[in-house]
Design a protein around this ligand. Structure first.
Ligand code: ADP
Length: 269
C-alpha cells in the first residue's frame, strides 16, 4: 500500500473558473524523497495541501496511510503530515528556541517529561541545542529554517513537506540543509520537496514530479526526467550544468560534477 495516493484528483478554488489541479494521479511510497517542480501557479502548493487535508478534492480521492483524507480532520492528519512553510519567520512566535519547539508536542497533550525529552533530542538532531535559550528571531536564516523543521519533526510526522527550504539561504546554510534532509531520510521520514533550487534537487531527491497547468507533466527518476530537455523546456526548467556537459561529451546523463568525474573512473587520463 502506498503511503500517499492520489486517484484522479481535481480541485478548484471558490470563484475560480479553472481547476487548480486536474485529474492528478500519483503514488508516493514510504521513505521516498520527491521533488515537486513546476512554474509558479502550476499547482504544487494545491497538491501538497491535499496531503495535509487543508483542501479536499471535488473529484477523485487522496489517501494518506490507506485512508481517504475526507474521512480525517486536519488535526488528525497533522500527526502524519508535517508542513514546513516557506518563510520560517511566519512560523515563529515563542520567546525561546526551546519553547518554539515544545509548542507542538504540548499542544498534542504530551506530558512534560516526554516534551522535554523530545525537544532535547530534536534540538540536538537539528544542531540547535546551543541556542535553546535564544530568541528565535535572533537566529540566522539557516538556523531559523532548521528551527522550522525542528518544530515540525518534534511531533514525529512520517511525511514531511518542505516548501522552498533553501530560498534566501547562503551557501553554508544550503549545505547544512542538504545534510539535514539526508539525515531526515535516515530517520525514516518521507519527504516532499517543493523547490526551484535544482542544485538541491540533484543532491537529495531520487524522483521528480513535474507539474504544469495543474496536471502532472512528468514523473520519474531524477536522471530520467532531467535528461529530457524538451520536457524541461515546457516548464522553463534548466538542465543541471553537469548533465549538459556530460551529455555533450557523450558520458551519459550525470546529475552532479561528482557523478561526471566518476564516469571517467578507470580510464587513462
Ligand atoms: P504553485 O504552488 O505551483 O505556485 P498553486 O497551487 O499555488 O501553484 O496555484 C495553482 C492555481 O490555483 C493558480 O492558478 C493559482 O492562482 C490558484 N490559486 C492558488 N491559491 C488560490 C486561492 N487561495 N484562491 C484562489 N486561487 C488560488
Amino acid at each position: 500500500m502506498s503511503l500517499i495516493r492520489f486517484d484522479n484528483v481535481s480541485f478548484r478554488y471558490e470563484e475560480m473558473k479553472e481547476d487548480a489541479i486536474s485529474g492528478v494521479s500519483l503514488s508516493i511510497e514510504r521513505g521516498e524523497c520527491i521533488a515537486l517542480l513546476g512554474e509558479n501557479g502550476s499547482g504544487k502548493t494545491t497538491l501538497t495541501k491535499h496531503i495535509n487535508g487543508l483542501v479536499k478534492p471535488y473529484e477523485g480521492t487522496v489517501c494518506v496511510d490507506g485512508m481517504p483524507t475526507t474521512k480525517r480532520t486536519i488535526a488528525e492528519l497533522a500527526h502524519t503530515v508535517g508542513y514546513v512553510f516557506q518563510n520560517p519567520d511566519h512560523m515563529i512566535f515563542a520567546d525561546t528556541v526551546e519553547e518554539e519547539v515544545a509548542f507542538g508536542p504540548q499542544n498534542l497533550g504530551m506530558d512534560k517529561e516526554t516534551v522535554t525529552r523530545r525537544v532535547d533530542e530534536i534540538l540536538a538532531f537539528t544542531r540547535l541545542d546551543r541556542y535553546k535559550e535564544t530568541h528565535p528571531m535572533s537566529l540566522s536564516g539557516g538556523e531559523k529554517q532548521r528551527l522550522a523543521v525542528a518544530s515540525v519533526i518534534v511531533s514525529d510526522p512520517s511525511i514531511l513537506i518542505l516548501d522552498e527550504p533553501t530560498t534566501g539561504l547562503d551557501y553554508k546554510s544550503v549545505i547544512d540543509m542538504v545534510d539535514l534532509i539526508h539525515r531526515l531520510r535516515e530517520r525514516g521520514h518521507t519527504i516532499i520537496l517543493v523547490t526551484h533550487d535544482m542544485s538541491l534537487v540533484v543532491q537529495v531527491a531520487e524522483r521528480v514530479v513535474l507539474m504544469k497547468g495543474g496536471t502532472i507533466l512528468a514523473d520519474g527518476e531524477v536522471h530520467e526526467i532531467f535528461a529530457q530537455e524538451d520536457v524541461l523546456a515546457q516548464t522553463y526548467l534548466e538542465q543541471p550544468y553537469a548533465m549538459k556537459l556530460s551529455t555533450l561529451l557523450g558520458r551519459g546523463p550525470c546529475l552532479t560534477p561528482e557523478e561526471f568525474y566518476s564516469s571517467y573512473a578507470g580510464e587513462e587520463p
